[in-house]
Design a protein around this ligand. Structure first.
Ligand code: SF4
Ligand code: SF4
Length: 92
């Protein structure tokens, strides 16, 4: 197995993860692998993420944050000016 570092896809806050397996079981793109020894998910294939946000929505511990690329936000109809005004760092 290999891991990649990219700036989008899911990140798991391990302070809150209880190892329930919901994200691993429900990701349609198999982004997660499972650490059998520790009983926790691993974000193994973030480049495969389709940004459906199922994992973020379904995680009972609210431990997952899916980082969606700006071009996908545009596809979803998010107006960058509004985002910029609210959160600052997005450049047009
Ligand atoms: S759904 Fe949440 S609590 Fe369950 S294994 Fe995934 S990150 Fe951990
Ligand atoms: S956003 Fe969807 S595709 Fe991406 S890791 Fe979560 S469940 Fe999988």
């Amino acid at each position: 197995m290999y891991t990649m570092k990219i700036g989008y896809g899911p990140i798991i806050d391990m302070r809150y993860c209880k190892g329930c397996g919901t994200c691993y079981d429900n990701c349609p793109m198999d982004v997660f692998s499972w650490d059998e020894e520790k009983g926790i998910p691993i974000v193994a294939y973030p480049a495969e993420c389709c940004f459906c946000c199922f994992c973020e929505i379904l995680c009972p511990e609210v431990a997952i944050n899916v980082r969606v690329p700006v071009h996908h936000l545009l596809d979803f109809g998010v107006r960058l000016r509004a985002v910029e005004q609210e959160e600052g760092p997005f450049a047009l």
